[in-house]
Write a protein that binds this ligand. Sequence first.
Ligand code: HPA
Length: 306
Amino acid sequence: MSQRKSKKRPEKQAAESLEAAPRGQVVGVPSEFERAGIAAEFILSRTRLRPKIALVLGSGLGAFADEFSGASRIPYAEINHFPRSTAIGHAGNLVIGNVEAIPVAGMQGRVHLYEGYSVKDVAFPIRVFARMGVKAVILTNAAGGIMREFVQGKLVVIKDHINLQGANPLSGPNDERFGVRFPDMTAAYDRRFREMAVGEGNRMGIGMYEGIYAALPGPSYETPAEIRYLRAVGADLVGMSTVPEVIAARHSGIRVLGISCVTNAAAGILDQPLNHKEVLETGERVKGQFIGLLKALIPRIAEAIA
Ligand code: HPA
């Protein structure tokens, strides 16, 4: 039986789909770009809102998304290809709703390398945001304070980072549909957003600082010797997240604001051991202030990206 004329031969179809995919892409397996597109389409089918701002709400801060008005809540488990968070204090929902009448997408928790996820999985939600048309992302996290002024409970605006995770979400074939092979990281943390965050924080009487965030893979906390090393190489804060997301965001031209909540003095700074309970408790204590700051910043960021 002869093939119908209108139908392309399978090998021609494969050749055409290969043209769009990056070199090195495995034929027949959907690319990251396609998977992110499928997830983005699904998310947007669940809401009428079209957020241009996304928030990644780290340890304890997920509760902010419960305050969004007119919200749709989507468990990560329902979103195609989305990683599921296993960490305590991370609820695992994507909430699309309004903050001060600005539509936003809020992640209640993220996934980390230490959960066993690949760095590409960790960055995947940012890929999805890129395909949803998000233009700015606010990344929050819990961090250990290396700089002496960064005491428990301080909020610190990230001005730069040091990637010590030994992994980069852009490893492998580059997909030009996301961005260039070698993205610039000179101003990864948007200068304008940083000024706004410090300004708003100070206006609210929070006393905001800026600092350099070093990302380690975890899950063990650092040793005192590692903290001395980190201080010597210029780090002010230490944590186990955020950096893969920043790299993926910058690759796609998404502007980034990063804010750390110092949940503890880094190892060896005080003469006491570190524990996760303390991290969660501090996050809980500062939550109100942190949410207040985010509420003040969202309308200003919306204006900046309009
Ligand atoms: N080190 C690494 N990650 C962290 C810390 C820390 O001291 N506190 C909260 N997250």
